[in-house]
Design a protein around this ligand. Structure first.
Ligand SMILES: Nc1ncnc2c1ncn2[C@@H]1O[C@H](COP(=O)(O)OP(=O)(O)OP(=O)(O)O)[C@@H](O)[C@H]1O
Ligand SMILES: [Mg+2]
Length: 288
């Protein structure tokens, strides 16, 4: 088991009148190489939860184990954990602070104590993965567009070669082209490096196209945790907590309700096309 979260609770501003329990008694574990989608209504506790996974937030109660070791067992460990478990923030502005793009991406590898040469190599490799051109490296990160800022923030995390990458809404505010480009690169990385991915997203399509497991949060608790198909088959329950399923999945549930002999475990438009062809093909056979 790569990561284990045990009975995690986080209360913001405890012992004040503003006290807020953001996550409560959350437990789950992650195996190496998984691609997990984390979904939940706004305010359900997703960002709070993932900020615990690399020690940015300290638990009010509960524990986090990485490779079997309690991440809070000593200070040196938490430093190493931040290189191993990379977190791309919900708002890239929170992550970018250096005067040039190069320095921003080099920040993590520098802290790891790598040689200048190795740092440079890692910056160039990371830029290559996320599609940042060399001429951007000397620009200020603040001159960049939203999509470019996201790429730089992701590159900064990738340059540390983490074993887990957690992306908090990496495609928010991007147009469909930019969105697909970033997600495709993450997917390729997952396949080629075997990197473990946790993707937080409000887009059920993005989750369906990438994740093989989904964790659903509601009011600070995990309410579902299972395979993508299985979670997206619980359409009514998801709707009750303000979530949806991919549009194509919904269409097939409606077709089934209307009496068509279709399977409903359809997550992508490609699967939808195949299923329609299958059903039409069957009918054709029957006519013969
Ligand atoms: N720094 C903070 N201080 C106090 N309360 C906070 C803080 N950050 C978040 N909260 C509260 O904790 C709860 C969970 O917030 P969190 O940001 O984790 O949710 P989320 O699922 O990431 O939401 P979104 O989808 O909008 O990003 C919310 O009620 C939020 O208002
Ligand atoms: Mg959030």
């Amino acid at each position: 088991m790569l990561l284990k979260v045990e009975n995690l609770t986080h209360i913001y501003m405890p012992d004040t009148t503003f006290s807020k329990t953001a996550i409560e008694n959350v437990s789950f574990s992650i195996e190496k190489g998984e691609f997990i989608g984390l979904i939940g209504h706004s305010g359900s506790g997703k960002s709070t939860l993932i900020q615990h996974l690399n020690g940015l937030l300290t638990p009010t109660e509960g524990k986090i184990f990485y490779n079997g070791e309690d991440i809070w067992s000593d200070k040196e460990k938490i430093r190493r954990i931040r290189f191993e478990i990379g977190l791309v923030f919900q708002y890239p502005e929170a992550q970018l602070f250096e005067e040039t793009v190069y320095k921003d991406i080099a920040f993590g590898p520098k802290n790891m104590g790598l040689s200048e040469e190795e740092i440079k190599q890692r910056v160039y490799d990371a830029c290559d993965i996320v599609g940042i051109r060399e001429e951007m490296l000397e620009k200020s990160p603040f001159e960049l567009s939203g999509g470019q800022k996201r790429r730089v923030a992701i590159a900064g995390v990738l340059a540390m070669k983490p074993s887990i990458i957690i992306l908090d809404e990496p495609t928010a505010g991007l147009d469909p082209k930019g969105r697909n480009s970033i997600l495709n690169r993450i997917k390729q990385l997952h396949e080629s490096w075997g990197i473990t991915v946790i993707l937080v997203s409000h887009s059920m399509e993005d989750i369906a196209n990438n994740a093989s497991r989904i964790i659903v949060m509601d009011h600070g608790k995990i309410v579902m945790d299972g395979g993508t198909e299985q979670v997206f088959s619980r359409v009514d329950e998801l709707e009750k907590i303000g979530l949806s399923v991919p549009q194509v999945t919904k269409v097939f549930f409606e077709l089934k309700k209307a009496g068509y002999p279709v399977n409903t475990n359809i997550l992508t438009t490609g699967e939808g096309r195949d299923e329609i062809l299958r059903v039409l093909g069957k009918r054709g056979d029957m006519k013969c």
